[in-house]
Design a protein around this ligand. Structure first.
Ligand code: ADP
Ligand code: MG
Length: 795
């Protein structure tokens, strides 16, 4: 059992404006517990913070300042937790802080760069790496992803997400068994056998979360997300199973309801969020007070789900995320205060070991049978009834595998049943006679017989023949031994190279089939032999297709508008950047794959040379009548050194290729997600435009009638006047996008560029019309506007 208080860490988000510095300072001098001091600016100290203290000091396990990298966060915070999970203890890491303070960035990672990946992908990578290294145990990994929104639980990995809205999905509910263990109904567990599969599940859940979110329900800031890795391990043959869970929690924004200052629906949601975090706070206060017997876990879904993580069987870590800007001072102080209370909670983590009943039954059955047999033997009780067909078949199988077993120590275990023992002897005798009659030894022996029959049968010749026979026997023995050694070496080399590939248990499913350059093309995809894996991929791609690939169903106008929207969208830079990086990584992977194939064939050639050399040496030894070559062969030594060197090279390249594969996969998932986001924003913008056009229907209709556009300069002017007026009305409804690529920053005050409006984002989303007439109206409008601007030289 490990007793430990909840570990608390602080992470300060980089500030945009430099002058914000000076608001806080970090004191690293106190080696064991560094402290964070938040200094109140004078104007604020006199204002809304009542007690007018000028600075507040908070102690943390460690404080990560603005420049801290994701790598450091993982190494210092998540890795120790992952290690204890691998050892069989439960673990939880949760991020707490106001909206936009960096919770999601810390837990999941940034949406742009591979180096920005957060705790979840890094932990998955680490865990799978460790599992592959440890072949002494059998591990099983499952993933679940739960979202709690307005006190209701949703399964983010439910395939029905695709077809339904959040509200229509079955709710995940908390059930408690008589032993007060928590079970979650309707939360699916997905097996993940590789890092790649687990990563796919993470992105699938995140995409589902994004799709369900509308501007009206900013679910990402108002909901809690719990990504759980369920790990079980067992030693081969043992009935004891260790199970551990790792919860990685991205909590809702911790801002107070008073500050949210919104009415209607949003107020209800904000209140709920606060209610949920409020209950979390209550539980934490109760836990930090000594002698409290009742802890109000049941008050909310989140505290029920995280019950073990808070004051229970779990090693828990909290990350307080802080956005230390002047306007966030009060929220930052309240986050730190919360953390100080959390630090008082003491958890007791125990190893979660249990006996697998199925394995236990099998083991006991075997033991009973053995005892029965032993008893029968001791009491001399003879069993006379004949063995059944099934028993005979079973015995024959045992004999076959015994004979095929290369291990000289292997045993044929049939129990203390004389009937079985007799049957084994009979069977072996039968096999032996069959071999004698039909076996391969027949030809040479008959030859010898012939010779014997033909030749003079003098005593001397017999002697000579016997000697030759003896000599041949020796030769055969030497060669058999040599073959055995070579075979073992080959097996070892095969084993070690499969270890090199990091896939000791699934070498069949290596993403790069030996000598198959085509394998490279399958690089970023998951292994097709894994049913689960491919189903995730299929699911993912079908989801993406549904969400992003609906373009073939789009009208031409809409498609065209989408292209412009995409081009001018702020995210397109990221997508393009990632595309370029992907291209580079692909060509690097390809080159590496080729070098690996070369190294592999070189290793093969060297091995062959060594074998040949060895055979030559042994043959030489035989001809000189010495069984073992006296001194080591320098040539062979040289070849072996070369082989070792080549193997090292192969291993280095393989490790790099593996890392590349993970990076490529991650980048592709980031791009998939960005595409879904783009499509979603486009749909919302399009719907907004459609409504706007419908509201101003008379001009809309006039646009569609304008298609055969008059070419005279006067009418052009007239029309352009009309259109530019119209477009002012029409674009005012749209909020400018904060993206860096927008033309709106350069646009003139007289005319609104049409493409600018496309790049602008909607304030709210309305249902799509799906009306192709409206679609073509918008297209006509866009085209008309474009041609006017071109001709009047405004573009
Ligand atoms: P939260 O989940 O707390 O609401 P996010 O994680 O979404 O906040 O962060 C808000 C924005 O700040 C995101 O655009 C994110 O990329 C950025 N961000 C947060 N933390 C960091 C950091 N440490 N370094 C760089 N960017 C960050
Ligand atoms: Mg977030």
């Amino acid at each position: 059992m490990v007793k430990q208080t909840i570990q608390i860490f602080a992470r300060v988000k980089p500030t945009v404006r430099k002058q914000q510095q000076g608001i806080y300072s970090i004191d690293e001098d106190e080696k064991l517990t560094p402290s964070l001091e938040i200094i109140l600016p004078r104007d604020l100290a006199d204002g809304f913070v009542n007690n007018k203290r000028e600075s507040y000091k908070f102690k943390f396990q460690r404080i990560f300042d603005q420049d801290a990298k994701q790598e450091a966060i993982f190494e210092n915070i998540a890795k120790p937790v992952a290690e204890s999970v691998l050892a069989g203890y439960n673990g939880t890491i949760f991020a707490y802080g106001q909206t936009s303070s960096g919770k999601t960035f810390t837990i999941t990672g940034g949406a742009e760069r591979y180096s920005d990946r957060g705790i979840i992908p890094r932990t998955l990578s680490y865990i799978f790496e460790q599992l592959q290294k440890d072949s002494s145990k059998i591990y099983t990994t499952h993933i679940s992803y739960l979202e709690i929104y307005n006190e209701c639980g949703y399964d983010l990995l439910d395939p029905r997400h695709e077809a339904s809205t959040l509200e229509d999905l079955p709710k995940v509910t908390v059930l408690e068994d008589p032993d007060q263990n928590i079970h979650l109904k309707n939360l699916s567990l997905h097996q993940a056998t590789t890092e790649e599969e687990a990563l796919n599940l993470l992105f699938l859940g995140d995409t589902n979360r994004m799709i369900a979110e509308t501007p009206m329900n900013q679910a990402s800031t108002r909901s809690h997300c719990i990504f759980t890795i369920h790990l079980s391990s067992k030693e081969p043959g043992s009935a004891t199973v260790r199970r551990a869970k790792l919860h990685l929690v991205d909590l809702a924004g911790s801002e107070r309801v008073a500050k949210t200052g919104v009415g209607g629906q949003l107020l209800t949601e904000a209140k709920y969020i606060n209610l949920s975090l409020h209950y979390l706070e209550q539980v934490i206060v109760a836990l930090s007070e000594k002698h409290r017997s009742h802890i109000p876990y049941r008050n909310s879904m989140m505290t029920s789900v995280l019950r073990d993580s808070l004051g229970g069987n779990c090693m828990t870590t909290m990350i307080a995320t802080l956005s230390l800007e002047k306007r966030n001072i009060d929220e930052s102080i309240s986050t730190c205060r919360f953390a100080q209370r959390v630090a008082l909670i003491r958890n007791e983590a125990v190893l979660n070991e249990e006996i697998d009943p199925r394995l236990m039954i099998l083991r006991l059955q075997k033991e009973i049978q053995e005892l029965k047999d032993e008893l029968a033997l001791v009491t001399g009780e003879q069993r006379t009834e004949a063995l059944t067909e099934a028993e005979l078949l079973q015995l024959e199988k045992l004999i076959t595998s015994f004979l095929e077993d290369q291990d000289p120590e292997s045993k044929l275990e049939v129990g203390a049943d004389m009937r079985k023992i007799h049957h084994c002897f009979h069977y072996l005798k039968k096999l032996l006679t069959d071999k004698k009659i039909h076996g391969p030894s027949r030809a040479p022996s008959s030859k010898v017989k012939d010779q014997v029959n033909q030749g003079p049968s003098t005593e001397e010749e017999y002697k000579k023949l016997r000697e030759i026979l003896q000599q041949r026997d020796n030769e055969i023995n030497i060669l058999v031994n040599m073959l055995k050694k070579e075979k073992k070496k080959a097996q070892d080399a095969l084993h070690s190279s499969s270890m090199d590939r990091g896939e000791p248990r699934r070498s069949q499913s290596s993403p790069f089939p030996p000598g198959n350059p085509e394998g490279l093309r399958t690089l970023p995809l998951s292994t097709p032999t894994q049913a689960q894996d491919s189903s995730v991929i299929q699911y993912r791609s079908s989801l993406l297709h549904r969400k992003t690939g609906v373009r073939e169903e789009m009208s031409l106008g809409r498609q065209e508008a989408f292209e412009i929207f995409k081009r001018d969208h702020a995210d397109s830079v990221t997508i393009e950047d990632n595309k370029q990086i992907l291209k580079q990584r692909f060509s690097e992977a390809k080159a590496l794959g080729e070098s690996i194939n070369e190294a592999r064939s070189k290793i093969g050639r060297l091995k062959e040379e060594i074998t040949q050399r060895h055979v030559q040496q042994v043959a030489l030894g035989i001809s000189e009548n010495t069984t073992v070559p006296s001194a080591p062969d320098p040539m062979e030594e040289k070849l072996r050194l070369q082989l070792e060197e080549e193997k090292r090279r192969y291993k280095t390249m393989f490790t790099r290729l593996k890392a590349l594969k993970v990076e490529i996969e991650h980048l592709q998932l980031l791009m998939d997600k960005a595409k879904v986001k783009l499509q979603k924003e486009f749909d919302a913008w399009w719907a907004e435009e459609a409504t706007s056009l419908q509201v101003n229907s008379p001009p809309v209709n006039s646009f569609s009638h304008m298609k055969p556009f008059p070419q005279t300069p006067e009418s052009q002017h007239e029309r352009s006047q009309l259109l530019s007026n119209q477009s002012d009305v029409y674009t005012r409804k749209i909020l400018p996008s904060p993206g860096p690529l927008l033309h709106s920053q350069e646009q003139s005050s007289t005319g609104t560029h049409l493409e600018d409006s496309i790049a602008k984002r909607p304030v709210s989303s309305v249902p799509l019309t799906g009306d192709s007439q409206t679609d073509s109206d918008i297209l006509a409008f866009i085209k008309a506007r474009q041609s006017i601007l071109q001709r009047t030289g405004c573009q």
